[in-house]
Structures are given as C-alpha cells and as structure tokens.
Design a binder for this molecule. Structure first.
Ligand code: AMP
Ligand code: GLY
Length: 437
C-alpha cells in the first residue's frame, strides 16, 4: 500500500519511522517532510492545509491511507475531503477536530457529559470579562477561543495580569475569550486511539513546555518528554478513560460528529483524580517521539481500524522499555533564531545504545564560506526551524534512558543549539545525576 503522511516535524519523523516498519507499507511519501524523514521516505512539497491539493496528491499517488500529523489540516477539513473522495484517512473530521480548535466547544461537550474540567465562562466583550476576573480573583486562566498553537493561554497569578491578557486578546476584532478556574496538580497526557465508538488507551507521557531548566522561561511547543508518565498510573488512566475520554467520545457520537483518530487528553492530576486541561486531536510533539518507539504493534492496521470503526478487533503490544526525549532547539527559540547552521556528529549520536534521533526543523544544504559540511559526510544537515532535533533514548528505566539521551546529545556538534539538561526531573529520584553526564 502507498501511504501519504502530512507534516514535517519531529512528530512526523517518529510517525514515518513507525509506518515505514509496517509490512503493509510499500511506499511512504511525506509532505513536506524534512531532512531526517527524507532518509526513510520520499518527501514532496504540498500545501497541507489545502484539502483539494491533498486529495490531488493522494489520487496521483494512489494512496491507500493518508495520515495527518498536525492539527491545522484537520481544522481545515482535510480528513472530510479525503473521506468524501473515498480515500482512507487517519485523523478526525473538521467537526470532531473542534475538540482542539475551540476551547468553548470542548467545555460545552465536557459539561454535557459531566467530564471533570476547570469551571469556565466565555466572553465576547472586554468589559464583562474584566468584571468576571475582578469578581473571581487570581490565580485565573485566560484563553483565546481558537487554535493558537500553544499561545493565547495566560495562567495569571494576579488580577492585573489577567486583565492585561483580556485586553491583549480582545484588541482583535471579533475575538472571544474563555476564562477558567485555575487548577492545581501535576500535568500528564493520555494518548487514545478512537474509532468513533471504541477507545483504546495507547500510552501516557509528560512533556516540558518551558524553554529552560527548572521549568523556567517562555512556553514552547515542548522541550522534552518521557513515557510512560509515573503520575498517570493504571488507576488514574482508568479514571480518565471512564470519566473523561469515553463520555466525551459518546457525546461526540451522539451529536453526529464521531471522533476517529488520535485523541490527546491533557490532564491535571491531583490526589489520583484527573481533570481535563485540553484536548488535542493528533499526537503530541515531542510526545510522539517517546510513545511511538515503545509501540511494538504494527501501527498501520491500527490507523486503518480507527478510520473504519474496527478498533475492537485490534490488540496492542508494548516494549518493557521506557523512553525519554531531549529536544535540541535553535538559540533564541521560541523567539527569533538563526537558520542554516551546520549540525555535525549525528551519526555518532545515533550510534549510542537505545538512541534514535528524530528531525524536526532540518534541511539539506551547504554552508557557504565555512568548513562546515565537510565532516563525516553529514555536515550538510542544516538547522531550518526552532525545534530542530529530538534525541530519544529507550532504557530499562528513566535513569538509563536519560543517561543515554544526554550521552547522544553531547555528541552532537551544533554550537547554535541549546537543550534543557533536566528532562524527566519530576519522574526521577532526587539523587539521580541531574545532567545525565
Ligand atoms: P492549553 O493550551 O489549554 O493546554 O493551556 C496551556 C497550558 O496552560 C497547560 O498545559 C497548563 O499548564 C496551563 N493551563 C491551562 N488551563 C489551565 C487551568 N485551568 N488551570 C491551570 N493551568 C492551566
Ligand atoms: N507537546 C505538546 C503538544 O504537542 O501539543
């Protein structure tokens, strides 16, 4: 079968690696892909948020399955257009993707099925939003009611910060804000495969969203992750499935918009009780880079079954190993950063036991006017984005996985890059070597 995968980040490199291992996959095309993905699949340029362009390429390739990596094409209805064209797709419809695209829609669905989440209210005028904040007090959470790629959320510790966030968001014409109760606890994510009716929990993970060690600095897409998440044990997982995931999926089906694909439930866990922070309608990045390397089952039949309502017939196998990934980002990320810098040492890093390197923002090229690009035949991997590499290691436990990941990171030669040195700290014993060195 020909499989077309949409996206070009570290998540898609991890998806491509799993899909390419399937005996069902004869040819894998990734659009647009990146320099790492190009080592195991064909890459094609494509406007992936344009449904008709996606269908045209899928038809040209005679694709038997299209896998959608990021949320933006789903919110644009790419899965609907593919389904209408009779092309199997892994990823929810536009209506079901509203579970990520609209905060207030998700809150309404949670309320309709009594799924535990933070109390909330929606406002379309700054004055009423401000009055609500002044009455409720801080801490309080202010969110833009739309897809904001991780931005647009302010966890305000003071009333003034919350009011400033409202003013900034409401400066946009037609903007709406959701104001939420501040929840305390520990965050972790549960990844679930759903076919519209049946839901199978895949695995748990925790990521590190802040840019710097000690969970300091600005929010990012994620600087590292590990799986499983110790805080999301079997009891908490069962509670999350029974009180949040299954009721929400049943409510979506009842509304005539069943969810088929990968549901990412971001949870706040306190005293063993999970509450929903947010849903995403696709794998996490970098969580996919720790969840997928642990999956022993062939992912392609699972994706097909999710699309066809046959998940009840499937079974999952996992390795005993745990996984941890460290993201290497360009200095300055998530603000401005340089591109086009040569990255060396990748072959040596990938040779460390248990290590797999997933590319995110990388491209092939040569750095003119420097000696870079001449080393070991790999110098032509260049940085081309904010998050550039995810260095994943499997190990018997997190201590081993982390030591391996940082050993590999330290072999990568990229002076313009940085990473956090404390990935996994919440889950590791206090006396574990915090540098991994
Ligand atoms: P979101 O985009 O909704 O996931 O929010 C981004 C981050 O803000 C989450 O990962 C949490 O760390 C934090 N956050 C969001 N909503 C809340 C809440 N109601 N209470 C506490 N923290 C929150
Ligand atoms: N790492 C968080 C996300 O993918 O949304």
């Amino acid at each position: 079968m020909v499989i077309l995968l949409l996206g070009g980040g570290g998540r898609e490199h991890a998806l491509a690696a799993s899909i390419a291992e399937s005996p069902l996959c004869d040819r894998l095309i990734v659009a647009p892909g990146n320099a790492g993905i190009a080592m195991l699949a064909e890459c094609r340029p494509l406007a992936i948020t344009d449904p008709s362009a996606v269908v045209a390429l899928a038809r040209e390739l005679d694709a038997g399955l299209v896998v959608v990596g990021p949320e933006a094409p789903l919110a644009e209805g790419v899965a609907d257009t593919l389904s209408t064209a009779g092309i199997p797709v892994f990823g929810p419809s536009r209506a079901a993707a509203a579970l990520e695209a609209s905060k207030s829609f998700t809150k309404e669905v949670c309320d309709a099925c009594a799924a535990p989440t933070a109390g909330w209210a929606r406002f379309d005028a700054a004055a009423t939003a401000r009055a609500h904040i002044e009455a409720a007090g801080a801490p309080i959470v202010v969110k833009a009611d739309g897809l904001a790629a991780g931005k647009g959320v302010t966890v305000a510790m003071t009333v003034d910060d919350a009011l400033a966030a409202v003013d900034a968001l409401m400066a946009e014409p037609g903007a709406e804000v959701v104001i939420e109760e501040f929840m305390t606890g520990e965050e972790a994510s549960l990844f679930v495969l759903a076919d519209g009716e049946v839901a199978i929990p895949l695995a748990s993970a925790q990521d590190h969203k802040r840019a710097f060690d000690g969970d300091e600095g600005p929010n990012t897409g994620g600087m590292g992750a590990y799986s499983p998440a110790p805080v999301l044990d079997a009891v908490v997982e069962t509670r999350a499935m029974e009180t949040i995931v299954r009721p929400v999926l049943a409510e979506m089906a009842r509304r005539g918009t069943p969810f088929r694909g990968l549901l990412y439930a971001g949870l706040m866990i306190e005293g063993g009780n999970p509450r929903l922070v947010e849903f995403n309608v696709r794998f996490g990045d970098p969580e996919a880079q720790v969840v997928l390397p642990r999956l022993r089952s062939d992912i392609v039949p699972l994706m097909m079954a999710a699309g066809e309502g046959r998940l009840a017939e499937t079974a999952l196998g996992w390795t005993e190993a745990v996984a941890l990934t460290v993201v290497l980002a360009a200095r300055g990320y998530p603000g401005g950063y340089a591109k086009g810098e040569a990255i060396g040492g990748l072959a040596a890093a990938a040779a460390v036991e248990g290590v797999r390197i997933f590319h995110a923002g990388t491209a092939r090229g040569t750095v003119s006017g420097t000696a870079a690009g001449t080393g070991a035949g790999e110098g032509d991997i260049l940085s081309a984005g904010g998050r550039v590499l995810a260095v994943t290691a499997l190990g018997r436990d997190l201590v081993e996985a982390r030591a391996r990941a940082y050993r590999a990171v330290d072999l990568i030669d990229w002076p313009g890059g940085f990473c956090r040195r404390d990935i996994g700290w919440r889950a590791l014993p206090a006396d574990a070597d915090s540098t991994g060195r």
